[in-house]
Write a protein that binds this ligand. Structure first.
Ligand SMILES: Cc1ncc(COP(=O)(O)O)c(C=O)c1O
Length: 487
């Protein structure tokens, strides 16, 4: 008898991901999913725009409860799908674009000057032309950009809508470094001397200030906002008026269900590196830690997957932070009539995507470790940090849980690139039994930067298809959802 079942790896000592109902729904329909694999191949990315909307609503509520004027611009670099761009416009929020194609495609999908912003790290002439012709605000990063944007605006007989990106904020006695933006200590003089009627850059319509901070400190973001507000106050005397301050992205999300598991993993990682317990990572990868003379050194280079202060709470904390006089960021923004903008990427696509792949082979390496070869490669699910630390699920075609004999195995999942390091998760995963060929492995919550950001086509592999999940109310169908190609 076929006994299909999906189950999370690491039933004990795991890192249990928050897993939305829609993801469970997909995993409980192996027949539908197998048909998709037959049609589209492996791996498959599935995206759910309804989760994007839920995240969006939460941010709107925070802004509204703090009574500030606001703008939300989805940073589409987090995921390349059109579905989320369309969803952003449906929710009447904007889209932050960072390349010519991101900008053009967002315009084609209905974006306009009020709902788009161009923040690219490198801005080509073509990008700037498109932005100016479509009245899309451009976030300026350096003097060369100012020259180019001013010239292109002049040629087009238009004013370029611009914001100035800043960095170098002062927080607790140190200056925050970034390779991006103008130095906060120099921008006042720069604007006064170069920008405006009769000055070098006289084709700008200055609308805002902008920053995006590395890391995830709410305090740094609040302090940066306070410094931006002060700057706008000083610049008023020089006839500058700023409509908005954009604080970029970096709003933390919480991936994990249990804090204890997160803390416990750290302890076990250290123990395993010291050889006190068996390895918990592939070939004792320290994920940033290293063992020197019996002592653990370095720091863990992984995203902080567990966070109590996340998404809406994170944003609320930034807005409620007060300066030394006891005035909150929100109250100062309100007083100055400045709109606060954010550019969330990861936090808007939280719980909005999964990546699934087929098992192709199982083998034992010379160390006796089980390696499960998946039909996908490392670029199709790659973290910018040392590992993606969520337990995967396995959809077994055959899993009889009533069988009492213990068939549990410890495995690593490997990918198709000809690199030793194509090991999809560095963490060891314990499964109730060895997966069979064609069983399906599911990685949840991969929409933010995991599925697309590092995607490459080495070996001429096709890029993974992206399917959009929609709930349906068709009672006679075998499932209450449908999946369509992103387009
Ligand atoms: C300018 C800018 N805005 C927004 C974002 C999105 O950040 P996140 O996905 O962490 O919200 C980034 C990310 O690098 C960025 O550089």
């Amino acid at each position: 008898m076929i006994n299909s079942k999906y189950i999370k790896g690491n039933q004990e000592k795991g890192l249990t991901p928050i897993t939305s109902q829609w993801m469970q729904e997909i995993m409980s329909h192996p027949k539908v999913i197998n048909e998709l694999f037959t049609k589209f191949g492996s791996p498959l990315n599935i995206l759910n725009p309804a989760s994007f909307t839920q995240n969006c609503i939460k941010f709107k509520e925070v802004f509204e409860s703090n009574e500030v004027k606001y703008g939300i611009f989805y940073a589409r670099k987090a995921n390349k799908a059109k579905a989320f761009v369309k969803q952003a416009f449906k929710e009447n929020i904007g889209v932050d674009t960072a390349s010519e194609r991101e900008l053009l495609q967002s315009l084609q999908l209905g974006g306009d000057g009020e709902h788009l912003v161009l923040t690219s790290a490198i801005k080509t002439k073509r990008q700037i032309e498109i932005a100016i012709q479509n009245n899309v605000p451009i976030v300026l990063d350096n003097d060369d950009e100012c020259i180019l944007v001013n010239n292109i605006a002049e040629k087009n007989n238009k004013k370029a809508r611009v914001a100035f990106r800043l960095s170098g904020f002062h927080v607790e006695g140190s200056k925050l470094y970034s390779r991006f933006g103008f130095d906060i200590d120099k921008i006042e003089e720069y604007l006064i001397n170069h920008v405006g009627e009769g000055k070098a850059y006289n084709n700008f319509k200055v609308e805002g200030l902008h920053f995006h901070l590395d890391g995830y400190s709410t305090q740094q973001r609040s302090e940066a906002l306070l410094q931006c507000i002060k700057l706008t106050q000083r610049l008023k005397e020089h006839d500058f008026s700023f409509r908005f301050i954009d604080m970029g992205g970096g709003i933390l999300i919480n991936y994990l269900k249990h804090k204890e598991e997160w803390l416990d993993f750290d302890t076990r990682l250290e123990q395993s590196l010291k050889g006190e317990i068996s390895p918990v990572t592939f070939n004792k990868n320290g994920l940033g830690y290293r063992l020197e003379d019996g002592i653990i050194k370095g720091e863990r280079k992984t995203y902080p997957y567990f966070n109590e202060i996340n998404s809406d709470k994170f944003l609320d904390k930034i807005l409620k932070y007060s300066n030394q006089k006891g005035n909150s960021v929100a109250s100062l923004l309100k007083k100055e009539n400045i709109e606060i903008r954010i550019e969330p990427g990861r936090s808007l696509v939280n719980q909005s995507g999964i990546t699934m792949a087929k098992v192709v082979h199982r083998k034992k390496d010379a160390k006796g470790q089980w390696l499960i070869g998946l039909e996908m490669n490392m670029s199709q699910m790659m973290s910018s940090s040392a590992d993606f630390m969520l337990d995967p699920y396995v959809m077994y075609a055959n899993l009889d849980e009533n069988k009492t004999e213990d068939k549990s195995v410890e495995v690593y999942f490997t990918g198709a690139y000809c690199l030793e390091r194509d090991v999809l998760l560095k963490r060891k995963v314990t499964l109730p039994k060895l997966p069979e060929i064609d069983d399906i492995v599911v990685f949840v919550n991969t929409a933010g930067y995991m599925m697309h950001f590092f995607e490459t086509q080495a070996h001429l592999f096709e890029l993974a298809p992206n399917l959009v999940y929609t709930e349906t109310s068709n009672a006679v169908a075998s499932s209450n959802f449908k999946l369509d190609a992103d387009g």
